[in-house]
Unconditional design. Sequence first.
Length: 435
Amino acid sequence: MKTFTRVLCTLCALTTAAHFLRFGTLWDALPVLILIPAVWFPRLLPRQILILAAAGGAALWAFQTHSLVLWRMSFGLPWARLAMILGAVTLAHLAALLLLAGGPGRRIFGPLRPRDTAAALTALLVAGALVLARAKTPFTVLLGERFFPDSGPFWIAAFALYGSLVAGWMLDGPSAVIRGRIWTLFSAVFFGQLLLGLSGAEQFLMTGKLHLPVPALILSGPLYRGEGFFMPILLAVSLLLVGPAWCSHLCYIGAWDDRMARLHAGKPRPLPAWAPRLRAALLTSAVAAPLALRALGVGWTWGLGLAAAFGLGGVAVMALASRTSGTMVHCTAWCPIGLLNNLAGRVLPWRVTIDSSCTGCGLCARACRYNALTRADLERKRPGLSCSLCGDCLPRCPHGHLGYSFPGLTATRARQAFIVLVTALHTVFLAVARI
């Protein structure tokens, strides 16, 4: 029965792909063909996605049967054979749906697990967000579609598959390692796109308007110009969805600091006592300086020069301080956006919590590169202000005293929901890769 289910699902996918190919292009058919390997290699996609795909296929063919039969009847043409053929295709999709949801599906994919549900939800969120962005944006928003016109359906399906895989890996495997790899990938795509755009490949730049890739300019740039609030809005959306996790999953510069800090072999060293004051002063300057430059009518070249100097200073901090201390000094003591995110995180619902039975052994602190689990933090039973919800500390606690929290959810459900949201954001940003 397992082989029969796989063969039936394969035939259904081929039939539906042929339908899209007939009335569209290969790009419309490819998303359906992606489903075929998932039936034969169950680790590719959760069973819930294939069940939904079978239900969608059945609905599509039922609609086609109804529409074409009515059309033939209205012209007095024979319709019975057409109804039998298309009805059989509809029934085949319904049979695939029942088999996937029943015993054969369980034997192929195993029982339905919360991990599979999280991966499926990630895929649906990514697909929904990209479909909406593609429909509502006046320019070509998907990076791949700028080079292959009308290929949007394929890229949406491909990134939904990618998001599903990443969410599953994050829930099953060493999340700290996987987070570092996908974060590095995002940063490489971001800066690779920038360099290719500067070299003359204008498709990579989308709008043709460049900005310095310095996180502080997310705040300072619009304050100086009095316009261009896209990035602050995007940052605010990510804050509302996943709190300060932008700093540990989505920041294109933060991945550099993470790589530098990991070059230090020992336990991350705590920041000096004056670091919070420096951080507060830099945030104040990031607000005051652009407003002052604008009020004084200072030309953009001065602003650009100051921003470039600040960015180069941040790179020096990574190379000299983060690499030798094991702590992400740029993100926790230099970047004003990091402090802004941390402050906003204090009033948002996502948290990493330490329960009251924590022994204070300090093993979790060996994994924290954000200086958020100092001895004082462990004694207070609360991560410090610089916590970015990276989650690296969770598997280090041998007693399970740390966990994600969100009102109304258990620690397990909160972690699953958080990974769904942050993985979906990462995947959507990667698909768009906007400069």
